[in-house]
Design a protein. Structure first.
Length: 362
């Protein structure tokens, strides 16, 4: 139906591509030493202090995620390991990743839901290839139209990998992930957006080995994961303590536990620093080459967004924002509270209709 909200999310003309739907069944076994580090880091910070009174994440934490907080507060590493390694059985990822209690069953029992999602992921994968120049952008005014959509996901993955110069296969950390089935694994919407973000970040910082990158609100950590694989290893994530837990487990399992530093640990070169705004300040650079935020600054509540910017804005050389402008404030509103930036560009975001990509220099 043309008035269907998902219709407007499409970039190419299709009703359904009938691409293979996949549900991952394999996951890594929990690394007990990593679990112990994550549990200890969580207890070093106040898990509630980072929520603003107007933040929608506060109500999620107080309702859906209450039992997650309770498990993390206990000294039961087996229970915490189960929480981290089986997110489809709890609400740890709720709100930023499509793996949580009841979601797999919803996909399997809602007619067309899983197929529709796989088709959307296929559409996005093609759009990513077009964005980075691995595929030509089709023109509905002339020439071919709708042909890119008929390329197989495996062929498109190969084109993207050739452009990136790395293996982009998704790491097999969790089971019960729904998405587009490829020979490389299950491809999801968040993964594809993370790939685009990493490509854009590499464009902006180039091949400088000393470039420092800070990401505000990283979700599960897809952008950080692919940025790291592309060689951008001076990377810091600031986020809510509970989301830090998810990022630490995902990145620790996907890249190696020796590739991350958590709250209260001594940061080492070549490690992704994960923590709250307060937890990552020790040893932080005076200025970051690039601060990036994808799909969160306009959703955390204005109070929290202003706090992030007040602390990190003065240390930011360039700021990349990819956000929507639906809520009561925009990224431009938050940035306007500090020194006036120079807007390098403002353009529609390639992968999500209704999102704006902006680059500012401070």
């Amino acid at each position: 139906m043309k008035n269907d909200r998902f219709h407007w999310m499409r970039h190419h003309p299709y009703e359904t591509t009938s691409r293979a739907v996949g549900f991952s069944t394999t996951s890594t076994s929990a690394d007990r030493a990593l679990v112990a580090r994550i549990a200890a880091a969580f207890k070093r910070v106040d898990p509630w202090a980072s929520y603003g009174a107007d933040s929608p994440w506060l109500s999620i934490a107080q309702s859906n995620q209450r039992e997650v907080f309770d498990v993390l507060a206990r000294d039961d590493l087996d229970a915490i390991a189960g929480l981290l390694s089986r997110p489809s059985e709890n609400y740890l990822f709720y709100g930023f990743e499509d793996v949580y209690r009841g979601r797999k069953e919803w996909y399997k029992h809602t007619p067309g839901a899983a197929q529709g999602y796989a088709d959307r992921c296929h559409d996005l994968l093609i759009r990513l290839a077009e964005a980075i120049g691995a595929l030509r952008v089709e023109n509905p005014e002339g020439g071919s139209w709708g042909e890119n959509l008929h390329l197989s996901p495996d062929d498109v993955m190969h084109l993207i990998e050739s452009a990136f110069g790395i293996d982009i296969s998704p790491p097999r950390v969790f089971g019960d992930v729904c998405g587009l089935q490829t020979r490389s694994g299950i491809i999801t919407e968040r993964l594809i957006n993370g790939l685009y973000g990493a490509w854009r970040v590499r464009q902006l910082v180039g091949d400088k080995p000393d470039a420092t990158i800070l990401e505000i609100g990283a979700g599960l950590g897809w952008l950080a994961y692919y940025s790291y694989k592309l060689g951008m290893v001076n990377y810091t994530i600031v986020d809510l303590p509970l989301t830090n837990v998810s990022q630490a487990y995902f990145l620790g399992a996907a890249l190696g536990a020796d590739k991350i530093t958590l709250a209260g640990e001594k940061p080492m070169p070549g490690q992704i620093r994960i923590g709250t705004t307060g937890a990552v300040q020790e040893g932080a650079p005076e200025r970051y080459s690039l601060v990036v935020n994808m799909d969160s600054l306009t959703e955390v509540g204005k109070q929290v967004a202003e706090q992030y910017w007040a602390l990190l804005g003065p240390r930011c050389s360039r700021f990349l924002s990819i956000n929507h402008e639906v809520n009561s404030y925009t990224t431009k509103d938050i940035v306007a509270a500090g020194p006036k930036p120079r807007f390098v560009f403002r353009q529609p975001y390639w992968l999500r209709n209704g999102y704006v990509e902006e680059l500012m220099e401070m």
